[in-house]
Design a protein around this ligand. Structure first.
Ligand code: APR
Length: 321
């Protein structure tokens, strides 16, 4: 049989939606691993029993043994604690690093040829740790953050301009933290700059800038906005949808240009760090990083975001990871 095998490490909130989305799109057979006994088996049984209704032939199974992810083509990792109100993603570092180390060993030993998408936070540090422990090639290991952050930005723009979000292109680069960089200058509606449309709407440059600043700020804090409302966890539908888009681009060799946490070796003036950048995702994983010019202000914001990523990676190294 030629179906892809997709392993989900972590069967919590995001893992559950990932199983549904991946099965519904028939991207492959799904194996969900979690350390909680019986839970991944129960959750996948539930998803699998909807096959007749939703109409998919993907097999969806759950396990507590890494042996069952053997030969996986793609692994998506959500293992780790989510945020609670008042926490930043960085507050999760110590706990999630411990978890990520064990996950990386499990994946390395059982699915050595897999492509890997990390979702656990703090994202850029976790993807760095996964790659370091697994020793997997850089192009096969990436993090999901930018697709979601960009979707949030695009959604706010669509609401503001009362246009279909399908026609909004907006990108967020940098680390997946409060200093992420929504790129205002490149945001457009079918090629028309969003700033121009805002200026036309308000007939006032100052007001247009104010409205855009508010959308940028909301994008940066969008994860926290959801956490504050949910109270018991963090966003789960949108991160799962974002990682599914990345998985689909790799599995179908779509070569979509998606903002992903990718290992930089000189691109954007960064060497040796995982950071959110536009990447071509295809059958070889991160096939290329698309560089684009940043003006002084954007560059300063990007550098500030990189500094936050470096700080986390260094903190993790000091903890012995
Ligand atoms: N190995 C595998 N799974 C683990 C491990 C481990 N060592 N430790 C914890 N888990 C599992 C938990 O049992 C839980 O089912 O990870 C799952 C996490 O699920 P949730 O708590 O529901 O968290 P979720 O909302 O899915 O977010 C997961 O993604 O966006 C990030 O910040 C978020 O780090 C968090 C991660």
């Amino acid at each position: 049989m030629n179906r892809k095998k997709i392993a989900l490490i972590g069967g919590g909130q995001i893992g559950g939606v990932l199983a549904q989305l991946i099965a519904s799109k028939e991207l492959g057979d799904v194996v969900m691993f979690d350390i909680v006994e019986d839970m991944p088996q129960g959750k996948t049984l539930d998803v699998g029993e909807a096959a007749r209704i939703v109409g998919f032939d993907s097999k969806v199974t759950g396990t507590n043994s890494y042996k069952d992810i053997e030969g996986a083509d793609l692994v998506i990792i959500t293992a780790g604690l989510p945020r609670k109100p008042g926490m930043s993603r960085d507050d999760l570092l110590t706990t999630n690093a411990k978890i990520m180390k064990s996950v990386a060993e499990g994946v390395r030993d059982n699915a050595p040829n897999a492509f890997v998408i990390v979702i656990s936070n703090p994202l850029d540090a976790m993807v760095t740790l996964f790659q370091k422990v697994s020793g997997f090639p850089f192009n096969k290991v990436m993090g999901q953050a930018g697709v979601l952050d960009s979707s949030r930005f695009a959604t706010f723009i669509a609401w503001e301009l009362n246009v279909s979000v399908k026609d909004v292109n907006a990108m967020v680069l940098g680390g997946h933290g409060d200093s992420m960089v929504p790129l205002v200058r490149y945001a457009n509606v079918n090629g028309v700059p969003v700033m121009e449309l805002l200026e036309r709407k308000y007939g006032d440059k100052e007001k247009a800038k104010e409205v855009m600043d508010a959308m940028v700020q909301r994008t940066k804090m969008a994860g926290g906005e959801v956490v504050k409302l949910l109270k018991t966890g963090s966003a789960f539908f949108s991160p799962a949808a974002a990682a599914t888009a990345m998985a689909e681009s790799i599995i179908k060799d779509q070569k979509r240009v998606l903002p992903a946490s990718a290992y930089l070796q000189g691109e954007f003036g960064v060497d040796g760090y995982y950071v959110g950048v536009p990447a071509v995702l295809g059958a070889n994983g991160v096939e290329r990083v698309l560089e684009l010019s940043l003006n002084e202000e954007e560059k300063a914001a990007f550098d500030n975001s990189i500094a936050a990523v470096k700080k986390n990676v260094e903190a993790m190294e000091r903890l012995g990871f």
